[in-house]
Design a binder for this molecule. Sequence first.
Ligand code: GLU
Length: 469
Amino acid sequence: MTSRPVRTRIAPSPTGMMHIGTARTALFNWLYARHTGGQFLVRIEDTDRERSTEANVEVIFDGLKWLGMESDEPPVFQFARADRHREAVAEMLEKGQAYRDYMTAEELEAERELARAEGRVVRSPWRDADPATWPDRPYAVRLKSPLDGETIVVDAVKGDVTFQNAGLDDLILLRSDGNPTYNLAVVVDDHDMGITHVIRGDDHLNNAARQTVIYKALDWEVPVWAHLPLIHGPDGAKLSKRHGAQAVSEFDDMGYLPETLRNYLAKLGWGHGDDEIFSDAQAIDWFDIKDVVSAPARLDWAKLNHLNNHYIRLADPVRLTALVVKILKSRDVTVRQGDEALIARTIPLVRDGAKTTLELADAVMFVLKIRPLELPERTVTQLADADLRARFVRLRAALSDVTDWGVPALEEALRRFAESEGVGMGKFGPQLRAILSGGAPAPDLAGAMTALGRDESLGRVDDALSLVA
Ligand code: GLU
C-alpha cells in the first residue's frame, strides 16, 4: 500500500453522454479523496478523435458540475500528451523492456490464427531480434512482458487477482503509425498525475494486469487498484436502455436532485450499515474502499424516488423555485412577474407529495392559473344546485372573516363552517377544491388557499358563484 498523499481520478471517454456508472465511479473517487484529505482529479480520455468533440467533453464537465464533483486541478486531456507517451516508450525501448515489432498486417493475421489453433497467445518473432536484422519499414512497439510466472493485481475490492503471464501477449505500446495505445497512455498519465488509487469499473480488471506489467517495466510504483462492480438494472441484468435512464443528464431531466443521486449512488456498492439517508459529510466521514462490496449493485427506482422526496422536502424553496420555473418554461408555461414569489410560497405547502421536481412543477400549476378559471364540468353542474350555491355564499362570508390567512386559521374556519352547517367537509370540500384549482392537482384546502393568498382565493370563489348566478 502506498504512503503517498491520496490522489484519485476519473478518466471518462467523451462519448456524448455521462453514464450513471461513470457518475458512481466519480463519486467513489471523490468520496475517497475527501475522506483522506487527498485530491480528486479528472482526465478526459479523448484519443478517439472522432467521438471526442468539444460538445461531448462539455457533457462530462456539465455532468460533474451538476453532481458537485469538480476536479481539484485543471483537467488533463490525454490526446495532448501523446508525445509524453512516446517518450515513455522510448525509455522502455532503451531499457530493453520493449521491442520493435516489424510484423506486417498479414504476418500478424497468420500468427493470430496459428496461436488460436495452438491455444496460446500471439508471439512476435521480433521479440529478441538482432538490431542488425531490422528491416526498413514501419514497426509497432511491443512491451516485453514476462513469459512465465504470474502477475497479481492487488485489488482493494476484489482481493488478489492472479493472471498467468503465459496468457498475456506482448502488449502493443505504440502502433506502427506512432500512436500510443490505450493501456500505455493510462499508465503514463496516471503516473504523471501522481494517482495513488485507481478506482474504476471492474470491466477494466484485465487492463489492470496489463497496466501492472507496464508499471513494473517502467519501475514505477503500482497504484492501489479498486475495481467496482457494475451497476445492474432492477432485474439483475447489466444496466441498459430498457431499464430507463442511463445518462446523468436524464436523471436531471426527470427531476432528480444531485444530492439524491450522490446519496443513492453511494449506496450502490457501498454502504454504512443499514443507513439509507446520509449527508455528504457523513458519507465522506464513513467512506472507505475496503467497504465496497464486490457483488453487482441493482438500481431501485422506488428507493431513488423515496430519497428524492426526502431531499425535495429538505431543499431551500428558493432553489426549488428556480428549478420549477425552468421546468415550467420548458413546458411553455408563461411565468409572469410575481409568479416566482407565488411559486416559492406554494412549494413548502405542496412538496411533501413530490417524488421529483417535475411533480413539484405539476403541484404548483394551480396557483399560476389566471382568473376566471375554467371549472370542471361536474363542478359547474353541482353549483347549479340552489342549496349548494347558498352554502357557498355562506362559506365565502365565513372565509372572508378569517383575518390571519394561514393554514391553521383556515383549517379552523373550515371546520367551524362545516359544524355550523351541520354537515361533513365532504359536502362542500371537493367543490371548493375544484373552484380553487380548476381541477389541477392541489394540496388540501387550507394549504391551497394559503398558497393562493386571500384575494385570489376569495376571487376564485366569487368567479364560481357568478358563473352560475
Ligand atoms: N476511459 C475509460 C472508460 O471510460 C476509463 C479508464 C480508467 O478509468 O482507467 O471506461
